[in-house]
Write a protein that binds this ligand. Structure first.
Ligand SMILES: CC(C)(COP(=O)(O)OP(=O)(O)OC[C@H]1O[C@@H](n2cnc3c(N)ncnc32)[C@H](O)[C@@H]1OP(=O)(O)O)[C@@H](O)C(=O)NCCC(=O)NCCS
Length: 151
């Protein structure tokens, strides 16, 4: 049977373009999920929890710290995009973070990621830039942009 790390890795491999160097490998995912302050959400293609044994359409990986939480990764399979699953994953994260008492949520993305429009429509605002933070597969560097949203 598929475990949740398999489901996350399947979405990861389908969703991230290798040239940007954003995807995490299996070891990075399993070691981060072994930490007590990391959590994840899976969605099926209709936006609910995926059925037992079925692949996921999308996932979010979250870092929980007192008062402030961070979206580490979000991804939806290309064939399921544009139907609100990304927004749904952000809604679930924001609601859970609020219930845990967080006042702000954060995320970071490469400067040219079109996901920016999704984050801004969800109330995130740019708060900073990290120069040359991401390394592309050809060695070029891209800035990271940090966003925050008050809950
Ligand atoms: C970002 C991502 C999770 C959005 O998932 P989604 O299910 O399509 O999200 P929604 O349907 O809720 O919102 C779609 C909106 O996202 C924005 N968007 C994100 N990525 C986009 C892309 N590659 N091309 C065009 N619009 C994009 C648009 O504003 C779009 O709105 P529209 O459908 O009205 O044009 C998905 O595009 C993805 O997996 N991208 C690759 C992984 C990635 O870069 N993740 C973010 C960095 S961790």
């Amino acid at each position: 049977m598929m475990d949740d790390i398999d489901r996350i890795m399947e979405v990861m491999e389908a969703a991230f373009e290798p040239r940007w160097g954003e995807a995490w490998n299996r070891r990075q995912i399993s070691s981060s999920l072994a930490l007590p302050h990391t959590d994840y959400t899976l969605v099926g293609e209709k936006g609910g929890t995926p059925e037992e044994g079925k692949p996921a359409a999308g996932f979010a990986l979250i870092k929980i710290a007192p008062g402030e939480e961070e979206l580490l990764l979000i991804a939806v399979r290309p064939e399921h995009r544009g139907r609100g699953l990304g927004k749904r994953l952000l809604d679930i994260f924001a609601n859970q973070a609020r219930k845990r008492g967080a006042e702000r949520i954060f995320l970071e993305m490469r400067a040219n990621n079109p996901a920016r429009a999704l984050y801004e429509s969800h109330g995130f605002e740019q708060i900073g830039t990290r120069k040359n933070y991401y390394s592309m597969d050809n060695g070029d560097k891209i800035d990271a942009i940090t966003f925050a949203r008050t809950l």
